[in-house]
Design a protein. Structure first.
Length: 267
């Protein structure tokens, strides 16, 4: 299936950036949110620095009140400051490095613009500064790179951390169940219409990968690339550098797990 973005619900429009690659899938999804009948919009992840894409976003967005970032990776954030300058607004993010203006973003914040409500949820793991955004009126959650529209994401060690990522997946799953969230609007790839099964799959996949890494180490793999060759043998080698980041995060997780078990036994 070819993903091109488009309109979702009555409040969202996805403008697809032209930066397709094995890591970004079809490109970065820039999300424009507007309450029905309202004049102002919120733009999430303006994407890479490219005139044509930023102009396309500007044409869809109109009067922009705020720019929000799910995280600081360049394919999501590089164009944010230039876009905000054009729009005459600020950029809000968890990492102060990417904040442009006076306000950052934090877990539990609520962004409100002309009747539009966006709830900020801290979802570290892919990166330390990863955020997700719940749009209750659409029963949707924007996940950045925490959950992708196709395939699974990288735990970008050393900034990314597997324990935090598993906690974030569980948190999103609980939110989906408690708040009846249906749709996942990801940072890459197509919209997913059934949040709970996707989040269950992500948790199951991570548990399976962790067991595979544990088995590879037990079989003698010592270096991360050796683990990649065993565990990710069925994955395109173009993606092995990204897989190695996840493996490093998994090895660190197992190391901490072993240390905790020894500590618990008083060793």
């Amino acid at each position: 299936m070819t993903w091109r973005g488009g309109e979702f619900g009555v409040r969202a429009r996805c403008v697809l950036a032209p930066n397709a690659s094995p890591m970004t899938l079809d490109g970065t999804n820039t999300w424009v949110l507007r309450e029905p009948g309202a004049r102002r919009t919120v733009v999430i992840d303006p994407g890479p620095l490219g005139h044509a894409h930023l102009q396309a976003v500007a044409e869809v967005a109109g009067h922009v009140a705020q720019v929000l970032l799910t995280h600081g990776h360049a394919d999501h954030s590089e164009g944010a400051r230039e876009f905000a300058d054009r729009a005459g607004c600020g950029v809000r993010a968890l990492d102060p490095t990417f904040v442009y203006g006076e306000e950052g973003l934090h877990d539990g914040d609520v962004v409100a613009v002309d009747g539009l409500e966006i709830q900020v949820v801290g979802t570290p793991g892919h990166t330390g500064d990863s955020l997700s955004f719940v749009v209750p009126a659409e029963q949707a959650v924007l996940t950045g790179d925490t959950v992708l529209g196709r395939g699974t994401t990288v735990v970008a060690h050393p900034d990314g951390e597997l324990g935090a990522y598993l906690g974030s997946l569980r948190r999103l799953r609980n939110l989906a169940e408690e708040e009846n969230l249906e749709a996942i609007w990801p940072g890459h790839g197509p919209v997913l219409d059934h949040a709970l099964p996707v989040l269950d799959y992500y948790l199951r996949h991570r548990a399976e990968r962790l067991e595979q890494v544990r088995a590879a180490v037990a079989a003698g793999a010592r270096e991360p690339i050796d683990v990649v060759r065993r565990v990710y043998a069925d994955v395109d080698e173009q993606l092995w550098p990204a897989a190695e980041l996840s493996v490093r995060a998994q090895l660190e997780y197992l190391k901490r797990e072993a240390s905790s078990e020894l500590s618990g036994r008083g060793v």
